[in-house]
Design a protein around this ligand. Sequence first.
Ligand SMILES: [Zn+2]
Length: 212
Amino acid sequence: MEGQRSSAAEMRLVGGRLCLDFVNTVDGRKLDSSPLGDKLDNYSDLVAWSQHAGIVTAAEAARLIKEGKQKPSAANAVWRRAITLREALHRIFKAMMMEKAPRSIDLETLNDELLKARKNERLISTDQGFRWEWIGGETALDRMLWSITQSAAEFLSAGDFSRLRECGGEECGWLFEDTSRNRSRQWCHMQDCGNLAKVRRFRTRLQSSSKD
Ligand SMILES: [Zn+2]
């Protein structure tokens, strides 16, 4: 598989937050089909996406891939945790959009990950003051989950859910934070779902006018 580029490393990052981009590593959620159009098929995909999303550097990614190959079952366990976390986050965000309470089992998944992440967080003194830093993460296979979990916790504790949207595309289901001034963003990306919707509307108009 080496040298083959993961589709997770090429996807658009349009969620506006790390945790939303992570949830968007599935295509066509609205189709409800099984299996999902999942971009994270294994641990390598998770690392490739993490580099693409800017939470691990190229050097760190190379180290994690190497470490993952030496410990395949540990790497696989991290990948499974990532998918469980992602699906829990998706259900929590959808619940927030519908102004419903999240399922407690999903919140438990998030809190379990938060506990694991925070164990690796330290307050570091610098010339400019203090800052939070992840420690000992160079070869920790699950280090990307720390940043994703932190992003989700920040969003859930301080975010504005009235700006959380699901793409209007027929099949898409990607989530994003609408930061437009007049809160009018409809699409994950205009060139993808926006144009597709325009083409569909145009075809429907053509069909109905040809019937006249
Ligand atoms: Zn879309």
